[in-house]
Design a protein around this ligand. Structure first.
Ligand code: FES
Length: 217
């Protein structure tokens, strides 16, 4: 019980006892669980943290499950408003009650887990078709690449120009230099760096050599 109620009981014992008696009798036709859930709602409505901490365990003891507590809070949303429900849930989580444990552990999504799809590898070329040190323009669906073979490894760049995203055609490649015909940006294919016209490098693509193929992501 709060200090204030203790004080009022001392200062106005008859009035307060009548008040408690009223509370007790007013729920006499409700089962214990329903009455306790309503008490939880009233504590949330009054934003009394101590009251919520006191009455929530009573509701659980009376047989209410964590889901029923959450449902009761959500059903009372028209009276409570969303911010009070969030306030109550914060307190409930801080209470570390075992009944809510499955929400805290298995059932809550891992917010640190990435939801981004894992890029898939796809083969774009037979490695044997490329001599060591050779560079080749390779089309694959809507994409195109410049592939350089370096022994058992392959270096792959997107053929899309970093200036305006145009595909730099095969005719733009001479030795290890790539020249975009649109605005004459030039790139060193050994490093990907832009060596004339602009500042941005060509985009390096994740690549691997496996089972005789060159694969990209
Ligand atoms: S689009 Fe390639 S240089 Fe402009």
């Amino acid at each position: 019980m709060s200090k204030a109620l203790d004080f009022l009981l001392q200062a106005r014992p008859e009035a307060m006892q009548a008040y408690f008696s009223f509370l007790k009798k007013s729920g006499s036709h409700l089962d214990a669980k329903t009455a306790a859930l309503i008490s939880v709602i009233t504590k949330v409505h009054a934003k009394t943290a101590n009251g919520l901490r006191q009455y929530l365990p009573r509701a659980l003891k009376a047989g209410a499950s964590a889901d029923e507590v959450i449902d009761a809070l959500l059903m009372a949303m028209p009276a409570l408003g969303f911010s009070k429900i969030v306030w109550a849930i914060d307190i409930i989580l801080d209470m570390n009650l075992s009944e809510f444990g499955h929400y805290l552990k298995e059932n809550l999504p891992d917010r640190n887990a990435s939801t981004a799809p894992v890029p898939q590898w796809r083969s774009i070329f037979d490695v044997a078709a490329l001599a060591d040190g050779e560079t080749r323009f390779v089309k694959n669906g809507c994409e195109a690449y410049y592939v350089l073979r370096d022994g058992e490894r392959a270096q792959v760049y997107s053929a899309r120009c970093p200036h305006r995203d145009n595909i730099i055609p095969e005719s733009g490649c001479a030795h290890d230099t790539l020249t975009c015909p649109f605005h004459e940006w030039k790139f060193d294919l050994k490093t990907g760096r832009c060596i004339a016209g602009g500042t941005k490098p060509v985009t390096a693509v994740a690549a691997k050599v496996e089972a005789g193929k060159i694969w990209v992501q």
